[in-house]
Write a protein of this length. Sequence first.
Length: 96
Amino acid sequence: MKFQARVLELVSKVPRGKVTTYKELARALGNPKACRAVGNALAANPSPLKIPCHRVVRSDGKIGGYKQGSRRKLELLLREGVEVENGKVDLRELFK
């Protein structure tokens, strides 16, 4: 399976109201250093609402980029109940 397809498959499993990081996706794909490649695969997502790439944030908690703009990404995350404070998501829940 192509790398992009594997990334999109993993992202489609992130539940509504939850987030993951580019780094965690890269790690799950067996290459923890492939964070940028994960980002590139998500940027080419052909269906950003069906495959929820807005649920992927940076390892420092910042929301990062989005095909439809970071403001739209923030709106989608907030609508799903993700708490964002000062442009960052608290990732402690992710690593419990």
